[in-house]
Design a protein around this ligand. Structure first.
Ligand code: S3P
Length: 448
């Protein structure tokens, strides 16, 4: 859910290819971490290329609410004065994280380092999301943690952390992993996080770039660090473009004849580009080129052009965490593909900004595409003639930014339609509509 006024987006069926180049907003996951870790550093950090979405603004606002000094040094450039590990203190008001799960879960780990009682709140959607997954390990580290009555928000956290932990987490969640590692920075001894599959590793990479060793084994399923082992050096970082935002344009281009796109300066961390590998397997000519490096993370230009037909794939459960945010748009690609695409072990989607598993099924259903869940597996029965059949309809975004953008691409590549709840796009990518229009799409936003 966004704090912006309700908006409907009218989408015309594409009459022309998508063409051009775009610079995407900075990666949301890296931006949250850069702000939080800069606040925990010793000295002043500079972070450029921050995205202007509401989620990252929530992290910034909450840090400022805890007395962290953040100065604007130009558009998207911030200077952050670190308060050091254990230095965050509660302010006078609850810490409102808006719609942002990454803000509340990572910050809960960060505030656990020191003294004080911190209360996190958020919007209706965030308040319903499960917090016990971070509460349990933090409690085992000696922190008092109390989620709200339904297991969500308000979440109360009282540090300081007293002991390190060897934690086996039933879900492969980067947010839980990061919460445990952040608390572990202030715990005596080695904190170990074990998960059934690897998840995005930006916290680990950024900590290393700030001088704090983080060990990784079993292909990223086990991560550990030793707490109370020094200081975090300040960051000087330019946040690369967000691949999860790029995915919407790339899929649209692969579905529209004659399209050709270049998206420069995008984060190319392999764990975040898995969706590209799956699109290639489906037959889409997408690629990452000209890799360079920025603050411990690879950066590349992503290119896509028309595929001339896609075929179904089966994404296995071990690979699902690395495409977790791209499932809605991959499901749109799957709707156009020959055969049945299967997303195995996609149950975590039920706990995102909406019940994304059901929401994806309903979204595709509006276009007459059969999709269903069996347990945690999602099945999408593709229809290669979908563009010609040109279904149209009103797609309901359910306050979920990724659904709103996936629905826009679905409408664009079929018979057009309306996306209601399009204001949610501002959570991660406020310029999505203008960027897609610049590439050639015809879109019109209305208040509702
Ligand atoms: C994120 C981790 C993922 C992802 C979210 C961002 C992060 O959540 O869905 O959009 O920045 O750590 P989980 O870790 O809960 O899977």
């Amino acid at each position: 859910m966004s704090s912006s006024p309700a908006q409907r987006l009218k989408v015309e069926p594409a009459q022309a290819p998508l063409h051009g180049e775009l610079r995407l907003p900075g990666d949301k996951s890296i931006a949250h971490r850069a702000l939080i870790l800069a606040a925990l550093a010793t000295g002043e950090s500079t972070v450029a290329g921050l995205p202007d979405g509401e989620d990252v603004a929530s992290t910034r606002r909450v840090l400022q609410g805890m007395g962290v000094e953040i100065l604007e040094d130009g558009p998207g450039v911030l200077r952050i004065e670190g308060v050091e590990i254990g230095g965050l203190r509660p302010g006078p008001a609850p810490l409102d994280c808006g719609n942002s799960g990454t803000s509340v879960r990572l910050l809960a780990g960060a505030v656990a380092q020191g003294e004080g009682t911190f209360v996190f709140t958020g919007d209706v959607s965030l308040s319903r999301r499960p917090m016990e997954r971070i509460a349990a390990p933090l409690r085992a580290m000696g922190v008092q943690v109390e989620p709200g009555p339904g297991g969500g928000l308000p979440l109360q956290v009282s540090g300081p952390v007293r002991q390190a932990l060897d934690h086996t987490c039933p879900v492969a969640s980067a947010q839980v992993k990061s919460a445990v590692l952040l608390a572990g920075l202030a715990a005596p001894g080695r904190t170990i996080f074990r998960a059934p599959a690897a998840s995005r590793n930006h916290t680990e990479r950024m900590l290393r770039s700030m001088g704090w060793p983080v060990e990784e084994s079993e292909e990223g399923r086990v991560v550990s660090l030793v707490g109370q082992a020094g200081i975090l050096r300040p960051l000087d970082l330019k946040v690369p473009g967000d691949p999860s935002s790029a995915a919407f344009h790339l899929v649209a281009a692969s579905l529209l004849p004659g399209s050709e796109l270049n998206l420069e300066g995008v984060l190319a961390n392999r764990g975040r580009l898995s969706f590209l590998d799956w699109l290639v397997r489906m037959g889409a000519p997408v690629e990452a080129r000209n890799e360079s490096d920025a603050a411990g993370e690879p950066v590349a230009t992503l290119r896509a052009s028309f595929a001339g037909g896609l075929s179904a794939v089966e994404i296995h459960a071990g690979a699902l965490p690395s495409v977790i945010d791209e499932v809605p748009i991959l499901a749109v690609a799957a709707a156009h593909a020959e055969g049945t695409t299967v997303f195995r072990g996609a149950g975590e989607l039920r706990h995102k900004e909406s019940d994304r598993l059901q929401a994806v099924i309903d979204l595709l259903g509006t276009a007459g595409i059969a999709a269903h869940a069996e347990g945690d597996d999602l099945f999408v029965e593709g229809e290669p003639g979908l563009r010609e059949r040109a279904p149209t309809g009103t797609y309901e975004a359910r306050g979920d930014h990724r659904l709103a953008m996936a629905a826009t691409v679905l409408a664009l590549t079929t018979g057009g339609g309306e996306v209601s709840g399009a204001e949610s796009i501002a959570v991660s990518y406020p310029a999505f509509v203008s960027d897609l229009s610049r590439l050639g799409a015809q879109l019109e936003a209305h208040g509702s």
